[in-house]
Design a protein around this ligand. Structure first.
Ligand SMILES: Nc1ncnc2c1ncn2[C@@H]1O[C@H](COP(=O)(O)OP(=O)(O)O)[C@@H](O)[C@H]1O
Ligand SMILES: [Mg+2]
Length: 254
């Protein structure tokens, strides 16, 4: 794995920092340069990004907004080593993500990335506690230790009394709390959340966002949240809009 070059060595990106100068100075923990992604489809090729650049700094909570189909999910997939770019470089937490083998990508995701989707993708046949423990079990941790850590996370998301429930026995908001606990149980540095409140009513969405913000702060995370909800985006330090294959700054909370 290669080290990410220092941000100062890439002056190209400077204009993409928050125009209000709210983005912190220093070395970015997520650094994307000249990203392109082309899908071949039956109807020809589809190019999503046109030399997209992005810097996210340690401890930032950044919102990404944009129309459906703009490529928001694809961007998060590439950052999280779930998909590969066609061109450009992607460094996340000192890892050159585009150059990982499949096995390295899986290890990188397990150790460094916490991922939350719009739909929880909890495993229906396992209890909430077992679902939270899953990333630790996948690492080969023994069951007792994994369940003990997962139990702490059940408390952290306020659901210790639902530990033995199956996902189907939980409300939508509770399922997303469990999904957040599962994303963070392995101690990742980066949290990538793709419309985590998109399937929830307004009040529940606000509560999930409150929880996400609290966990972001208390666990010292660097987080990117894709959302359609501009009120929630406005609570992030910076908001970027993905449009015409590039990101532009919309400003952010003071
Ligand atoms: N594997 C794929 N093959 C071909 N086209 C894809 C693939 N994944 C996504 N797309 C297309 O890329 C575009 C962007 O998708 P996506 O990243 O999901 O957008 P968003 O999350 O902003 O709604 C869409 O038009 C989608 O149909
Ligand atoms: Mg999407």
């Amino acid at each position: 794995m290669k080290q990410a070059p220092a941000a100062a060595a890439n002056p190209v990106s400077r204009d993409l920092r928050n125009p209000d100068a709210r983005a912190p100075e220093g070395t970015s923990i997520i650094q994307v340069r000249g990203l392109e992604k082309t899908y071949s489809t039956a109807r020809g090729s589809l190019t999503l990004f046109h030399g997209l650049d992005l810097d996210v700094y340690p401890g930032e909570l950044v919102a990404i907004v944009g129309q459906s189909g703009a490529g928001k999910s694809t961007l998060l997939h590439i950052l999280g080593a779930l998909d590969a770019p066609t061109a450009g470089t992607v460094h996340c937490a000192s890892t050159n993500v585009a150059e990982l083998s499949q096995r390295q990508a899986a290890a990188f995701r397990n150790s460094t990335i916490g991922y939350v989707w719009q739909f929880h993708y909890l495993l229906p046949e396992f209890t909430a506690l077992e679902n939270v423990a899953m990333p630790l079990l996948a690492r080969g941790q023994d069951r007792r230790t994994a369940l003990a850590t997962a139990s702490k996370w059940m408390q952290e998301v306020g659901l210790e009394e639902r530990s033995e429930h199956r996902p189907g026995e939980l409300s939508g908001g509770e399922q997303q709390r469990i999904a957040l606990a599962r994303a963070l149980v392995g101690g990742p540095r980066l949290l990538l959340a793709d419309e985590p409140t998109g399937d929830l009513d307004e009040a529940t969405a606000r509560r999930i966002f409150d929880l996400l913000q609290r966990l972001h702060v208390t666990h010292g995370l660097t987080s990117i949240v894709v959302t359609h909800n501009l009120d929630l985006a406005a609570r992030c330090a910076r908001t970027l809009r993905l449009e015409h294959g590039r990101l532009t700054a919309l400003g952010g909370a003071s």
